[in-house]
Design a protein around this ligand. Structure first.
Ligand code: UN1
Length: 497
């Protein structure tokens, strides 16, 4: 058995104190159906207290020089590194992703800590010539104040670090609501912040549903920014509520990401890339490949390669190092996937592999679904347009490079895309014409690195980016500063010769 939590009940983290909850829900290991721990469902009052603590702490925190704020993040980075295995074990238990991927996700958090800590010595603004004599002009980043972050269950630690680390180094205070399915990562990260010496109130953790805690955060007048990653429906509601209040909001939502396989592609390489990006994390990544757009000349060969590779995938509890595909997060996720299998069949797509729930020996009461491949899919079908969030791939044949690009861009989302080709001209055309925030060449659709901007076009978000230097734009305001040292009134636009 893996490492144990030292508590049976998690607690809110408010103003540096562990505040007990009164109503709880069970956190269930999706690989076994067993309850791991109880998570409090925070009340509106908990949210109010967290915001008040954050508001008070932020004033002081903003005055701490950024390089010193960064020191805390360095310590957080070292603690994450020290606890990498412990965190990975918990991550696999609460989320289900296989242990190798859990380690990879914790590594993203470690990388983000050191990367953003470096920003403590940068946070660059600009000096700019002023249009008048004896006048100095510059622009600089200022913290926004209290920020609310709402994170999903599929990357419960990495995404939290993409948002909280830039917010903190830039001088904000945070109220964070992790997904109810995966609160252990939040609990562990809050403990790490505490040990790293982050002042009380700079980070606060509340839990629970979007309807109560989430809604209270979104509607709270003292929260100046909401940064959300999650489903499309919830994101749109948050955007509308923030719009009404003129509150800044950063949204990262779905994807319907495709791997394009051209007729000159290295098929073995393409199959490996598809397997990894479609069935890794059981397809439960925003960046997961759920469409393969294939040139008709290589369709037959690709189908054959892919099918036989899929048959070798091992499915089960991800704590077992030999397992490649873990469970689906919960029953609702499983039901959604099952409904899309029916939709695909009714639309006339050909089910080539998988398409069923897995039960039986060794799988206990977990939620398992077989890696699935539909072929002869037409780009207009719902299985080719809608996000399924499971291990289901739709293979869409095309006749040309141009058609492949058009099909890729024909969905409402624009997160990630990939092309397998050895033609240099196609490579450059594709990186220009693929309408997604992330483009891969000769690699699958997953695996974004933390120092590059993460996000997408169209229905994937609202133009902001997580991680990378660009994340700072979400958590800072630009401030223009003019210093007139002429000792007299100088009128801009008027006293210019
Ligand atoms: C997500 O699925 O929301 O690029 C995040 C990737 C990972 C992050 C995925 N680094 O696949």
């Amino acid at each position: 058995m893996a490492v144990q939590l030292e508590t049976e009940k998690l607690a809110n983290f408010i103003n540096g104190e562990w505040v007990e909850g009164s109503v709880f829900s069970s956190v269930v290991n999706p690989a076994t159906g067993e309850a791991i721990v109880q998570v409090p469902l925070s009340s509106e009052r908990n949210v109010d207290e967290a915001v008040a603590a954050a508001k008070k702490a932020q004033k002081e925190w903003a005055l701490v020089p950024a390089p010193q704020r960064a020191e805390v993040l360095y310590r957080v980075g070292y603690l994450l590194k020290e606890r990498k295995e412990r965190l990975s074990q918990f991550l696999t238990q609460e989320n289900g992703k296989v242990i190798e991927e859990a380690r990879g996700e914790v590594q993203e958090g470690i990388d983000m800590a050191f990367y953003m800590a470096g920003e403590g010595r940068r946070l660059f603004g600009q000096t700019t010539p002023a249009e008048l004599k004896d006048k100095f002009a510059m622009s600089q980043r200022a913290p926004v104040g209290v920020v609310g972050i709402i994170t999903p269950w599929n990357f419960p630690i990495a995404i939290a670090t993409w948002k909280s680390f830039p917010a903190i180094v830039a001088g904000n205070a945070v109220v964070w609501k992790p997904a109810t399915e995966t609160p252990i990562m939040a609990y562990e990260l809050a403990k790490i912040f505490e040990e790293a010496g982050l002042p009380k109130g700079v980070i606060n953790v509340v839990y629970g549903s979007g309807r109560t805690a989430g809604n209270a955060m979104v509607e709270h007048p003292d929260i100046r920014v909401i940064s959300f990653t999650g489903s499309n429906d919830v994101g749109r509601n948050i955007a509308a509520a923030c719009g009404r209040q003129l509150k800044k909001v950063s949204l990262e939502m779905g994807g319907k990401n495709a791997v394009i396989v051209m007729d000159d592609a290295d098929l073995d390489l393409a199959v490996e890339g598809i397997l990894w990006s479609a069935f890794g994390t059981s397809g439960q990544r925003c960046t997961a490949c759920s469409r393969v757009i294939v040139h008709e000349k290589v369709k037959g060969a690709l189908e054959e390669h892919l099918r036989s590779a899929m048959e070798k995938l091992t499915i089960g509890n991800g704590l077992d190092e030999s397992i490649r595909v873990g469970p689906i997060i919960n029953q609702a996720g499983l039901e959604k996937i099952k409904s899309y299998i029916e939709i695909g069949k009714n639309e006339g797509a050909k089910l080539l592999e998988g398409g069923y729930e897995l039960t039986g020996a060794g799988l206990k009461k977990g939620n398992y679904f077989s890696p699935t491949l539909f072929t002869d899919v037409n780009s207009e079908m719902r299985i080719a347009q809608e996000e399924i969030f499971g291990p289901v791939v739709s293979l869409i044949p095309v006749k040309s490079f141009e058609e492949a690009i058009e099909v890729n861009n024909s969905v409402e989302y624009g997160l990630s895309s990939s092309i397998y080709t050895n033609d240099i001209n196609r490579v450059f055309k594709a990186q220009r014409d693929l309408d997604t925030g992330i483009v891969y060449v000769n690699a699958g659709t997953t695996g974004a690195e933390i120092h590059l901007p993460f996000g997408g076009t169209k229905g994937t978000g609202n133009g902001h980016r997580d991680s990378g230097i660009q994340a700072l734009d979400v958590f800072t305001e630009w401030k223009a500063v003019y210093v007139d040292y002429s000792g007299k009134l100088q009128r801009a636009q008027i006293d210019v010769e």
